[in-house]
Design a protein around this ligand. Structure first.
Ligand SMILES: Nc1ncnc2c1ncn2[C@@H]1O[C@H](COP(=O)(O)OP(=O)(O)OP(=O)(O)O)[C@@H](O)[C@H]1O
Ligand SMILES: [Mg+2]
Length: 221
């Protein structure tokens, strides 16, 4: 099963991806957790380029292609092989982040971005995309607080420096994508505590396991 976790900056994607991985692992399932951009040696180098505040001049088109390049490597080197081995793959951001950040928020043509990315991933889309929805203020406040704790965050650098309007466009973009692909998307209200958000995610995943007739471990029904 291929699961992506999407949502605006500071929505809690990384937090929830780890909690979901731990719980699936505790059920004895094989889980691969990866993040975007990055997740492979080549992808991590591309990530450094993308997030370096010295490169404020990066054109949106260049940015879009770099994200797609890192993603292409991730799919071929890690995601596809892991799925073939029967693992659960949890991806912290995926194609939809590109459509939203470079498209809805960055102004690039949505259809072009979609085509480039679908080519990069050889049409591989997640079975379910969990959209962690929070308002821009909450997300940015969480990131600011976590920066105070000395935690690195990919939005805490070049991307986070963009203005508030941009963050509103990001949230609206994700919600619009979710409305277009109701089958794949589950919108999760992520304003609550990490534990409460996790329970909502777990309910979605349990429902999917049941539908796929994957044996559900005792105590989790
Ligand atoms: N539900 C929550 N309530 C309050 N704080 C939270 C919640 N979820 C996560 N946090 C905290 O908010 C900060 C950002 O969380 P996290 O890094 O998981 O978000 P993210 O969506 O991955 O952000 P980014 O878009 O920057 O990758 C962290 O310090 C985390 O501990
Ligand atoms: Mg994160």
């Amino acid at each position: 099963m291929f699961i992506s976790i999407e949502g605006p900056d500071g929505a809690g994607k990384t937090t929830q991806a780890k909690m979901l991985k731990d719980r699936l692992c505790a059920c004895g399932l094989k889980v691969v957790l990866t993040r975007e951009p990055g997740g492979t040696p080549v992808g991590e180098e591309i990530r450094k380029l993308l997030l370096d505040p010295r490169f404020a001049e990066i054109a949106v088109t260049c940015e879009a292609l770099l994200y797609a390049a890192a993603r292409a490597q991730l799919v071929s080197q890690l995601i596809r092989p892991s799925l073939q081995e029967g693992a659960f793959v949890i991806c912290d951001r995926y194609v939809d982040s590109s459509i939203v950040y470079q498209g809805y928020a960055g102004g690039e043509d949505l259809e072009t971005l979609r085509r480039i990315n679908m080519w990069a991933v050889e049409n591989l889309l997640p079975e379910v995309t969990l959209l962690l929805d929070v308002d821009a203020e909450t997300g940015l406040r969480r990131l600011k607080e976590s920066a105070g704790e000395g935690k690195a965050s990919w939005q805490g650098d070049r991307v986070e420096q963009k203005n508030r309007h941009y963050h509103l466009l990001v949230r609206e973009g994700f919600l619009h994508l979710a409305s277009l692909e109701r089958e794949r998307y589950r919108i999760i209200n992520a304003q609550e505590s990490p534990a409460a958000v996790h329970e909502k995610i777990w309910a979605v995943i349990m429902e999917m396991l049941r539908r796929k007739q994957v044996p559900i471990p005792a105590g989790e029904e």
